[in-house]
Design a protein around this ligand. Structure first.
Ligand code: FES
Length: 159
């Protein structure tokens, strides 16, 4: 399938999503949310389609997508690793955890490793403060991160 055919499919699906949600009050965020749910990210091609349907400028839609870090602009890696950066985890060393993970993976937050194995994201409280510092790997929470568990997680996602 060529790139062109693929973008046509994306815009068609995006148009369908917009159609279903545009009568909501403040439809932009629900539309972006649904697009991300559907594709796993917000494809670049969807932005002008949204802008036109909602009577916004491309820059406005772009601004919203960049403002909310929850929206991905690239497809995520096979694994998504979220590191809690909220207060309770901060006080238990989440900065050092993040530094170690970033060094081991060679990427920063909101980035995906070049081999597509993992996307790293910050998250703000996983409700696991008692077991800080915590993380979430593919939807499963992990508490009490230390060097050993971090190394295990990294080995697992890169396997
Ligand atoms: S602050 Fe990290 S889990 Fe609550």
């Amino acid at each position: 399938m060529g790139v062109h055919a693929q973008s046509t499919e994306i815009t068609a699906r995006v148009a369908e999503i917009i159609e279903g949600l545009k009568s909501l009050e403040g439809p932009l965020l629900p539309i972006l949310h649904e697009i991300q749910d559907d594709f796993g990210y917000v494809p670049r091609e969807s932005l002008p389609v949204i802008a036109e349907a909602l009577n916004l400028s491309n820059a406005e839609v772009h601004g919203v997508v960049s403002f909310y870090h929850d929206y991905r602009r690239e497809p995520a890696g096979r694994h998504v690793l979220k590191l809690c950066q909220a207060e309770a985890c901060q006080s238990m060393g989440s900065d050092a955890v993040a530094a170690r993970v970033k060094r081991l993976l060679g990427i920063g937050f909101h980035e995906t490793t070049a081999d597509g194995s993992v996307t790293l994201e910050p998250v703000y409280c996983l409700g696991l403060c008692a077991c800080a510092p915590s993380a979430m790997l593919d939807g499963a929470v992990i508490g009490r991160l230390d060097d050993e568990t971090i190394d295990e997680i990294v080995a697992e996602v890169r396997a």
